[in-house]
Design a protein around this ligand. Structure first.
Ligand code: TRP
Length: 335
């Protein structure tokens, strides 16, 4: 049986951080053996919000390098750059006729972007979900690993696909959100305020490109408190977050030791030492991130190799995209 098609896109804005890694990329890496995977860097999408392209090529290369450093194998998956697939642009054009102005205007991300940048409400921003639908449908993907914030876009992609099928005949399967196995690990900002993100205060986000010393400094500054007041207390978010991080990078024994210390602590008898916990976490995190950072840096220094990898990814993706487009043109009657 043919492997199911998995697809996801990564925006080339900002540096990848631990939230991206544990919440998404590690998940992609697990999928690459079992599914027919397409992962791409969404550089067209970035034009809708970042018209200044002076840094774009650099960011795209960094994202590709970081993804490979995190374990994506370009021999197993198609890893490509969106703008290398003109097929997406043509499909975007057809899908634009399936999307209604009213529903586009009601999209949460659109309204948010209008609020943040009222001077740049361009049509590309409005049709962002259509381009995203084209990204997905061009490979007739059925499984789309995305976070909660993208589920509305995915639902719109399903609607556009359904309308297309209804009008011109069945071409597209219905793409669904997909996470490997159980719940995704959610990493909070180190001050405990919301998700770890690229736009928040940089001190509260650990990037895969951070140097050892920065990683240590950020973890040592992470929010803690005076310790639990009762044995077996419920951990506040920011403490749970440190344990979550520790579960990703430290040995089970280490995690258990601090769990026990926490559970045995109470007011006036604080056994857990958050300073020690953070020191241990920092040491283990440094060890975890260092090889990823080094591999990403090596790749970024080798532009020739990066070019070769993305060219190879684009070839794979174009073969699949061209076939979909053939079916689309045939269905519409434009062949
Ligand atoms: N919109 C996604 C984000 O902001 C990125 C993206 C673009 C994407 N095209 C996609 C994700 C297709 C999944 C599938 O993160």
């Amino acid at each position: 049986m043919a492997k199911e098609v998995v697809l996801s896109g990564i925006r080339p804005t900002g540096f990848l951080h631990l939230g991206n890694y544990f919440g998404a990329m590690r998940n992609y890496v697990r999928m690459q053996d079992e599914y027919n995977c397409y992962f791409f860097v969404a550089n067209w999408h970035s034009l809708t919000t970042h018209p200044d392209t002076s840094e774009l090529r650099n960011s795209v290369n960094r994202v590709v390098a970081e993804n490979i450093a995190c374990g994506l194998d370009p021999e197993k998956v198609a890893l490509y750059i969106q703008s290398d697939l003109p097929e997406i642009a043509e499909l975007y054009l057809y899908l634009n006729t399936m999307a209604y102005k009213g529903e586009l205007e009601k999209t949460t991300t659109f309204k948010e972007k209008v609020r943040l940048s009222p001077d740049n409400v361009n049509a590309g921003l409005l049709t962002y979900p259509v381009l995203m639908a084209a990204d997905i449908l061009i490979h007739r993907a059925v499984k789309v690993p995305v976070g909660k914030d993208q589920e509305q876009h995915l639902e719109m992609a399903r609607n556009f696909a359904e309308r297309f099928n209804h009008r011109y005949g069945d071409v597209f399967p219905s793409p669904q959100a997909f996470n490997y196995g159980t719940e995704l690990v959610k990493i909070l900002s180190l001050d405990g305020n919301g998700k770890m993100s690229k736009s928040e205060n940089q001190m509260n986000t650990i990037f895969l490109a951070d140097e050892d010393e920065q990683i240590r400094k950020k973890i040592m500054k992470a929010k803690t408190d005076g310790g639990p007041l009762t044995p077996n207390a419920v951990k506040p978010d920011y403490i749970e977050n440190l344990f979550t991080l520790m579960r990703q990078v430290s040995t089970p024994d280490t995690v258990q030791k601090f769990e026990d210390d926490f559970n045995n602590s109470s007011e006036g008898n604080c056994i857990i030492r958050y300073g020690d916990l953070k020191k241990q976490l920092a040491a283990d995190m440094v060890e975890f991130v260092a090889p990823i950072r080094a591999k990403a840096a090596d790749l970024q220094a080798n532009q020739e190799l990066l070019k070769k990898i993305t060219r190879q990814g684009a070839e794979k993706a174009r073969a699949s995209g061209a076939e979909t487009l053939r079916l689309v043109r045939e269905a519409i009657g434009m062949n």
